[in-house]
Design a protein around this ligand. Structure first.
Ligand code: UDP
Length: 239
């Protein structure tokens, strides 16, 4: 991945983390995450964020409930924007300057996604938050987080997970023998179908040599630690 003078990180937050496992926004959790982002930002880390929308809608689930898949996906993408605005507000309350850029244009609340402008914002010390995924049905925000990290020349992607502290061979809550991985290759994750990200995101990361850290989001301080580059959770790479 890119080697910048200043560490530049893409933080992926799932909708589940924003809602703390429930439908809607858990303001206490978003407030805490915003505070931790500020801590890392104050240390000079350059930060871009992609937020998911699973706390509102997932197109696939809506499809099974009888809604056209593409429309359901657009509903999912709109949910991500609500999450972006919530995080933006708590960051601004912490005196962190932010911009939201969306892949679907909505001029009153966000800029359109313009990669060069996003880089300029980051260089000026602003945190850029990306919403509405790729603007395309059948994609996921995991894939978008890898794509944005590549286009913005980030050094690392960090992905906060709810309820686990990294990647395991099986669900550690259901299987006592689940093995924790401190390091993992994309190939292993793909072949063993480990629950890191969806396969398209994993392939894109593998093919472009992205370094990914998966960490537990529920532990206080972990977002700041992961942003600052501390060795927590699981590192996924090609080596
Ligand atoms: N989505 C989409 N295209 C994208 C990104 C997201 O269609 O580029 C839709 C899709 O329906 C997805 C939902 O938005 O299920 C929420 O995104 P995602 O599932 O990635 O959120 P997360 O699991 O991270 O909360």
């Amino acid at each position: 991945m890119a080697k910048n003078k200043v560490r530049r990180v893409l933080l992926k937050l799932s909708g589940e983390s924003i809602g703390n496992g429930k439908v809607g926004i858990d303001t206490k959790t978003v407030k805490r995450i915003a505070h931790e982002i500020k801590v890392a930002h104050d240390s000079g880390i350059e930060i871009a964020i992609v937020i998911g929308g699973g706390n509102f809608f997932r197109g696939e689930e809506l499809f099974h409930a009888g809604i056209d898949r593409s429309r359901g996906d657009y509903m999912g993408m709109l949910g991500t924007v609500i999450n972006c605005i919530a995080l933006q507000d708590f960051l601004e309350q912490n005196s962190v300057c932010t911009r939201v850029q969306t892949a679907i244009q909505m001029g009153q609340i966000a800029e359109p996604y313009i990669p060069q402008k996003a880089v300029r914002h980051i260089e000026k010390g602003r945190v850029v938050i990306f919403g509405a995924g790729a603007g395309l049905p059948y994609f996921s925000t995991d894939t978008v987080s890898i794509q944005r990290s590549l286009e913005l020349h980030c050094d690392e992607v960090i992905m906060g997970k709810n309820g686990v502290d990294g990647v395991y061979s099986a669900d550690p809550k259901a299987d006592q023998n689940a093995k924790f991985f401190s390091v993992l290759t994309y190939q292993e994750a793909l072949v063993d179908d480990l629950k890191v990200m969806d396969a398209s995101a994993l392939s894109l990361a593998r093919d472009n040599d992205v370094t990914l850290r998966v960490f537990g989001l529920n532990v206080e301080g972990n977002v700041a630690k992961a942003l600052l580059g501390e060795d927590i959770g699981t590192i996924v790479s090609n080596s």
